[in-house]
Design a protein around this ligand. Structure first.
Ligand code: AMP
Length: 305
């Protein structure tokens, strides 16, 4: 059974201190699917675009074995567009505009033959839509979910209902604090895990990620990068690498979940090296393996004799 990914597919206009780009391929489901496609194929993407969505983007996704049977193309509608501007501190981003367009009335419909999928990744869209996806599934066993401050602020009750059905929640540190009103991340993590998700991953940007499971905390480093071209989609690429690896290996042991966090971090590091999805388009398995090893070496040390 393939890995099911739902989320936004859109055209991003992004400005960084180094360059800018217009109507480039973006969207949470796009980054997740591309990152996951290096581990697990096919990946089934559920989303919506307008009839202006460029053909070369469709071809590129298909070349990566992303199955688009569940991607609706709405005739006469425009594709979702998002504009963002990064500051010199690339952790600071302003949203310049969000045009929902075809996304406004998105009703995710899972094709019949995917109702039995066990691994589902709910990219960042409103929690009611995320729930609609789960309601169509027969027995989703491993549900990874991303969300954002917008939904925590505006649809908290729906998000809390959804969290009861989620296996892994992936959020960043400020979202974890916002969700719980608790400044200490360790305490916040405990509170979030009590809301439903067995596993919690808190991303801390250039400071790596923390994985919280039953009784352990695992700290994954961030890759030390000299060039960060475009941070857009890093979180989604993390989620794609994480669930793609777990879907491929079907091993949910604590050690393998740690490895998945490192594969997620590796895919995020490739993503930010180029604009839009370019950093995820031409990777080799050798490059991914090498980066995985770099992560291992970054934080490996011996006890003194
Ligand atoms: P990230 O950098 O991980 O926050 O993801 C950025 C991606 O999310 C961009 O490619 C945008 O197209 C997409 N995006 C931005 N705002 C929204 C929104 N409100 N709903 C869904 N996707 C969004």
């Amino acid at each position: 059974m393939s890995l099911l990914v739902v989320g936004s597919v859109g055209l991003d206009s992004v400005e960084t201190p180094f360059d800018k780009i217009e109507d480039a391929l973006g969207g949470s489901a796009t980054y997740i699917s591309l990152a996951a496609s290096y581990f697990s194929a096919p990946v089934t993407l559920i989303g919506v675009v307008g009839s202006d969505f460029p053909k070369p983007y469709i071809e590129m996704l298909e070349d990566h074995n992303v199955d688009l049977e569940g991607m609706q193309i709405i005739e006469g509608e425009k594709t979702f567009r998002w504009g963002g501007k990064y500051h010199y501190d690339l952790n600071v981003r302003d949203t310049l505009f969000t045009e929902l367009n075809a996304f406004e009335n998105f009703n995710p419909v899972i094709p019949e033959n995917f109702h039995k999928a066990r691994y589902v990744c709910l990219g960042n869209i409103d929690p009611i839509l995320q729930m609609k996806v789960l309601e169509q599934m027969t027995d989703p066993q491993f549900v990874v979910c991303d969300t954002m401050n917008l939904w925590i602020n505006t649809m908290k009750d729906d998000l809390l209902k959804l969290l009861k059905k989620v296996t892994v929640l992936i959020i960043n540190d400020s979202e974890a604090r916002l969700l719980t009103n608790e400044p200490n991340l360790i305490k916040a993590a405990k509170m979030i895990r009590e809301l439903g998700p067995e596993i919690l991953i808190i991303k801390k940007g250039e400071h790596g990620a923390l994985l919280f499971t039953n009784d352990t905390i695992f700290s994954a480093p961030a890759y030390p990068m000299e060039i960060i071209f475009d941070p857009t989609g890093a979180g989604d690429s993390f989620a794609g690498g994480f669930i793609g690896y777990l879907h491929k290996t079907r091993d949910l042991s604590p050690e393998n979940i740690r490895r998945a966090v490192i594969y997620g971090s590796a895919m995020a590091s490739f993503c930010v090296e180029k604009f839009s999805t370019k950093g995820l388009e031409d990777l080799s398995h050798l490059q991914i393996q090498d980066r995985f090893r770099d992560f291992k070496n970054l934080s490996s040390f011996d006890e003194p004799n």
